[in-house]
Write a protein that binds this ligand. Sequence first.
Ligand SMILES: NC(=O)C1=CN([C@@H]2O[C@H](COP(=O)(O)OP(=O)(O)OC[C@H]3O[C@@H](n4cnc5c(N)ncnc54)[C@H](O)[C@@H]3O)[C@@H](O)[C@H]2O)[C@@H](O)CC1
Ligand SMILES: [K+]
Length: 501
Amino acid sequence: MSAIYPVAEIRKIEQAALRDLPPYTLMQRAGQAAAQAALRLLPCPPHSAAILVLAGPGNNGGDALEAAAGLAKAGCEVLALLKTPPSQLPPDAAQALARAQRQGVHLMPPEQFADIDSAQWTLVIDGLFGIGLSRPLDGDWRSLVQAVNAMPCPVLALDVPSGLDADTGTVVGGAGGIAVTASNTITFIADKAGLYTGDGPDYAGSVELATLAIADQYLPAPNMWLNHPGLFSDYLRPRKRNSHKGSFGDVAVIGGAAGMAGAPILAARAAARCGAGRVFVGYAENPPAYDQAQPELMCRHAADLDFSSAVLVVGTGMGMANSALALLTRALDALSWLVLDADALNLLARQPQLQVQLAQRQHAVLMTPHPLEAARLLGLSTSEIQADRVTAARRLASRFNAVVVLKGAGSIIARADGAVVVNPTGNPALATAGSGDVLSGICGALLAQGWPQWEAALAAVWLHGRAADQLVAQGIGPIGLTAGELIPEVRLLLNQLVQER
Ligand SMILES: NC(=O)C1=CN([C@@H]2O[C@H](COP(=O)(O)OP(=O)(O)OC[C@H]3O[C@@H](n4cnc5c(N)ncnc54)[C@H](O)[C@@H]3O)[C@@H](O)[C@H]2O)[C@@H](O)CC1
Ligand SMILES: [K+]
């Protein structure tokens, strides 16, 4: 249901299904689904709507022409912009063009192409390029996309916003490239990672899936999914009445060098409020007596903590001093489950022998790098990580035999066997100091309560993002949302999920 396939797999699924279906069937289904999605977006009755349909040279253009036919049939005034001579269209798209014209879709004369930005449209449909885009958009295509991006009306992209790489969520051509900025995308057959990660969400807008009724027999077993509570619901268990604080495990957050004492406090508060039985904060130096706002936390010198009896969340504000390195080494030696974040990752990047030790560890490890930390660990630049986030997360997971959460827009959760989940929740409010500390604390709390590391990572990332989405919907952010405000919202969501299950 939530499977994501790479473009190469979607091609194979499409080809296999097409062998068993009459020609033109899938395009008709795609076009009809797109027309229905377009009608739902109209702010007015169909007969008052003026719709501009941009049809490219391939089958994405065919989908657009098929949608145009459906919209004209529903009573909309539809104008199609088609640069390609009809004789050069692929057969299905040529059939869609003939049908569109029969339904009364007008074709825009080429001399008007340069002036489309002056017209008033209720909706634009982007059917220029889909998964067949093979190079950056240039020349007239680029001008056309610029004109569309300046239009105030909703833009519905078909399959993928033209110009976006559907696998990576990057604009084809990088900084010099261009892509359609859609308000909505209807994607066909299955979800694609690039719609949800990196720059993808900024271009795709709100994404809807039309499976085109492809039978299950054509779908290979996936190893990529879109995150949702169904992936971790087995562990959303109500608490037994006969429980005590020892039933829910201990978390010890290790970090907090001078000047960064707040970071482990945020992680620890998140751990406490997401259900860990007891939460310790182990400071690299100078522990505070206690946390005034959360006196339940036990603040100690890290040297005085028993590393073997708690889930260890290591690295938040830990610094890079030798004392921090000693704490990380101790944590890697301990027989505990680990969450490695922030400076634990930065220290690891500098210590090849610790990397080997980590990869050979028998006990669960969950790593939560942001792109710069991932870049340091892999010896790459941040832009190289962002150019293919799924691959970067997979490489880290397999190198360190860990569950890896690559943070950033559309966090990627990867497992050593190559399984990947792309997270659709969250928004720019999370780009704030301390937000990662809160995430690591949630991970620690779920591990302490007995969740396996994979499901703990999926749930923590989903809840963290969803909490930010709900707060923003209430007007608390994106500007000025502070990390600490996420914690009560995450707690609310977690309890709701358990109750709903
Ligand atoms: N064949 C079918 O029955 C179906 C097709 N589908 C649609 O078909 C799309 C894929 O169709 P195609 O494989 O034809 O690919 P596209 O329609 O995405 O584009 C391919 C065409 O664009 C040209 N092209 C690529 N990059 C270009 C650039 N930068 N500048 C100018 N021209 C460029 C190629 O030479 C080719 O003519 C999917 O995204 C989906 O929308 C789906 O609806 C499923 C059914
Ligand atoms: K498109």
